[in-house]
Design a protein around this ligand. Structure first.
Ligand SMILES: [Cu+2]
Length: 354
């Protein structure tokens, strides 16, 4: 219902001159996210309902003992599970280029290419699901199909990365906290993407599957690619939302602590994974102890440094230097034409879209 609401709002309620190809990328990625949600959530709901009837009403959809197929559950779950990752990431991919543009003080590079790449990624995301269980014994043609289709995602993603780098290229860049998070995001999410490409290789995946390599890859994708991106967005729009500037120094300390401790936590996991440490176990062999210790220390620093984030947000809501309407010198978009915070009944007249 939420997804339908988002799609209907974007398609029907834009300002008169706001054509689709003038929309902020954040709105584009939300539109695609809406369609993805509608495509996968009913399948997921069906799968969990079947699982529940298996468990409580003695059906055997997925129970081999009663003639069911456990691999079928993996198919249904990952038909949901893979696009779900993009549902979490796409909105972030939408606002990061806007932040890069603002702090590079030059026009965004390749707006249209980015829009088409987002659609390509959205479409590909619903046809690659079986790469999550390459070792479950799928037929070889299926393995090859899911390997190549997964690798194909790196093409539109590479287009996006080039557009984002080109947006910054020779710009008059400055590194306020949102920009630090955005640039850090590109590098760390890049590692997440590249290690995903490694996992997509059927032959290599026999080694990587169910190891800590997957855990490390996943956190580079979802923590760096998702959460750290959201942090960039929070710092970017916080002055607009609250009417106050956050503490810039504290924001920078928060970024560096987060970026360093994040790597301290997850880089060792690539290595223990490659050395054979499986995931989802309560204990591990002694030869993995040192790297796990480094990882644990990193995780504690990462967790505690988020208290700075909470403190910064709370004190920004409570008070601080008044934010101007535009907040950031290079910012573009309708929200920056309104006072900070925007008043109720924000636009009394139709806004002019350039
Ligand atoms: Cu996947």
């Amino acid at each position: 219902m939420g997804a339908i609401n988002i799609i209907a709002t974007i398609l029907n309620m834009r300002a008169p001159a706001m054509t689709l190809m003038k929309m902020p990328l954040f709105v584009w990625t939300w539109l695609i996210t809406g369609f993805l949600l509608i495509a996968i959530m009913p399948v997921f709901a069906g799968a969990v309902t079947m699982l529940l009837t298996d468990k409580f009403f003695h059906t055997s959809f997925f129970d081999a003992a009663g003639g069911g197929d456990p691999i079928m559950f993996q198919h249904l779950f990952w038909f949901f599970g893979h696009p779900e990752v993009y549902i979490l990431l796409l909105p972030v991919w939408g606002f990061i280029p806007q932040i890069l543009q603002t702090f590079s003080r030059k026009p965004m590079y390749g707006y249209k290419a980015q829009v088409y790449s987002f659609w390509a990624i959205g479409a590909l995301s619903v046809v690659v699901w079986a790469h999550h269980f390459f070792t479950a014994g799928l037929p070889v043609p299926a393995l090859l199909y899911f390997m190549y289709s997964t690798m194909a995602i790196s093409l539109p993603l590479a287009v996006l990365f080039f557009c984002w780098i080109k947006t910054m290229w020779k710009g008059s860049m400055s590194f306020e906290t949102p920009m630090l998070f955005a640039v850090g995001w590109i590098i760390l999410f890049g590692i997440g993407g590249l290690t995903g490409l490694v996992l997509a290789d059927v032959a290599a995946d026999a080694q990587y599957h169910n190891s800590y390599f997957v855990v490390a890859h996943f956190h580079y994708t979802l923590f760096a690619g998702g959460i750290m991106g959201i942090m960039a967005g929070v710092y970017y729009w916080l002055p607009k939302m609250t009417g106050h500037m956050y503490n810039e120094k504290l924001g920078k300390v928060h970024f560096w602590l987060t970026a360093i401790s994040f790597n301290l936590t997850f880089i060792p996991q690539f290595f223990v994974g490659l050395a054979g440490m499986p995931r989802r176990i309560p204990d591990y062999a002694l030869q993995f102890a040192e790297f796990n210790m480094i990882s644990t220390i990193g995780a504690f620093i990462l967790g505690f440094s988020q208290l700075l984030f909470v403190y910064n947000i709370v004190s920004c809501v409570k008070g601080g230097k008044k934010a101007t309407d535009k907040v950031w010198e290079g910012a573009e978009g309708l929200e920056w034409t309104l006072p900070s915070p925007p008043p109720y009944h924000s636009f009394t007249e139709q806004p002019v879209v350039k």
